[in-house]
Design a protein around this ligand. Structure first.
Ligand code: UDX
Length: 445
């Protein structure tokens, strides 16, 4: 089948590569000429396990092409996927200018029936606006060509996006007619083999399903973080509580890990956007507001603890910081707790020696070169002569390091563990002063 994907960012590239890999003929359109040239050379500008190989293989086979020419893209695909960015406006609502501009482009150039598929996470009602934008351009051209609009939200986790795409837990198709439902079913057939995971529903419900899923997951995390702060004060251990709660299948073990807050390109933005949508429709979503504010506060907890430990004055101190990415297996630092912690340390006059297995270039891109940030080559360089170690992301390589080497390299053997990576008793036996999240037991000791 012929597929066009507008937007060669994270979602667009994964979608394009996976459809091409299933044998479809895919054209990816992006307005960023530099990015398109890079992709044409077979270079993938984002870090995602397996994506490089998939892109270059399918590009070499001629099934995956990249262009800056939107007209070519519109002429090519029966399916026109819109996978461009929807950054948050200042008030938290999603900025739809890129989505609507693609819709107008489709209306400008289409010469035959098209299925316009919304992949970007967009507020409820966006599909109607996309439909209107396409129709308006067609009317301006005096053309009466049929098209349909579908909402097909993505559920890709960074670091596992290919796996999520080719073995989806669900494929949501929001449509208002059976014809497009069948076309989407055929397109997704290669990824929908073992049993039918494609759920068809009305367009608005599909749009809302995406927000609802992310908001639910963010709620689980903020709930656990709230509990973790209480456990700490009550002398209880949230890690024990987590295991006790998770064993109830109605609660489950997933996504109940307390920590220094959730980050990434989805949860913070989507919770804010859904909150905003509630307000726009005359409803105040109090739970969602709390999810967001608990998370904001949680990102401050580690920095406050560090300040308390050092008697309120961090001026002139240096901290080792492990983990800059918002989670392991990505180089993405959007909304990462590490940033809030690092910026609070700088604000208090301290310097940071940071290490992350993937996000070093990203850190340099964001912060440039500055005296109070040293980007280190490995985890041990980061702890050298630092006043304490702060762990912000639970990368696998941080789990079993040479603790004695770390203890000897640090000026004080203090560890602030924002992800509860280490058992408190073990750390104490190794001679560290250890602070986890919500681990009242260790504080009491
Ligand atoms: C998320 C959704 O999982 C995905 O379905 C959606 O399409 C996009 O948003 P992603 O942003 O890649 O994916 O990251 P995810 O693995 O969900 O983690 C989000 C954040 O929550 C991370 O900062 C992570 O550290 C944090 N988290 C996750 C917790 O603090 N505790 C948990 O138990 C789980």
């Amino acid at each position: 089948m012929k597929v066009t994907i507008f937007g060669s960012g994270y979602v667009g590239l994964v979608t394009g590569a996976c459809f091409a890999d299933a044998g479809n003929d895919v054209v990816c359109v992006d307005i960023n000429a530099e990015r398109v040239e890079q992709l044409q050379r077979g270079e993938v500008p984002i870090y995602e396990p397996g994506l490089d190989d998939m892109v270059s293989f399918n590009h070499d086979e001629g099934r995956l092409r990249f262009t800056t020419d939107p007209a070519e893209g519109v002429r090519h695909g029966l399916f026109q996927f819109i996978a461009v960015g929807t950054p948050a406006d200042e008030d938290g609502s999603a900025d739809l200018q890129h989505v609507l501009s693609v819709a107008r482009t489709i209306g400008d150039h289409m010469d035959d029936y098209r299925v316009v598929v919304g992949k970007s996470t967009v507020p409820v009602g966006t599909a109607d606006r996309v439909r209107a934008a396409v129709a308006e351009q067609l009317a301006a051209r005096g053309e009466r060509i049929e098209f349909d609009v579908v909402s097909n939200p993505e559920f890709l986790k960074e670091g596992a996006a290919i796996e999520d795409f080719v073995k989806p837990e669900r494929i949501i198709v929001g449509t208002d007619n059976p014809r497009t439902g069948e076309l989407m079913k055929a397109l997704y057939a290669p990824f929908n083999r073992s049993h039918d995971r494609l759920i068809t529903m009305d367009i608005r419900s599909a749009e809302l399903t995406k927000y609802a899923s992310n908001a639910m997951l963010a709620t689980k995390i903020s709930f656990m973080n709230e509990l973790s702060n209480m456990a700490e004060r009550l002398g209880a251990d949230v890690e024990q509580i987590r295991l006790g709660m998770g064993s109830d299948p109605r609660i489950g073990y997933h996504f109940i890990y307390p920590g220094c807050g959730y980050g990434g390109s989805c949860f913070p933005k989507d919770v804010q956007a859904l909150t905003r949508t509630g307000h726009d429709y005359g409803y105040r979503p109090e739970l969602l507001e709390a999810v967001e504010s608990v998370n904001r506060r949680q990102k401050q907890v580690l920095a406050e603890r560090i300040r308390e430990h050092f008697g309120g004055d961090l001026g002139g101190r240096t901290f080792a910081l492990w983990g800059l990415a918002f989670k392991p297996n990505t180089d993405d630092m959007r909304e990462a707790p590490s940033r809030v912690i690092m910026e609070a340390l700088w604000e208090a006059g301290a310097a940071v020696q940071a290490y992350d297995p993937e996000a070093m270039d990203e850190a340099e891109r964001i912060y440039g070169r500055r005296d109070d940030l040293q980007l280190c080559d490995n985890l041990y360089d980061a702890v050298e002569d630092a006043d304490a170690l702060v762990v912000c992301t639970e990368w696998q390589v941080f789990r079993s390091p040479d603790f004695e080497r770390i203890r000897d390299a640090l000026r004080y053997p203090v560890v602030f563990d924002g992800r509860n990576v280490y058992p408190p008793a073990m750390m104490e036996a190794l001679g560290f002063t250890y602070y986890g999240m919500g681990r009242g037991e260790s504080i009491r000791r």
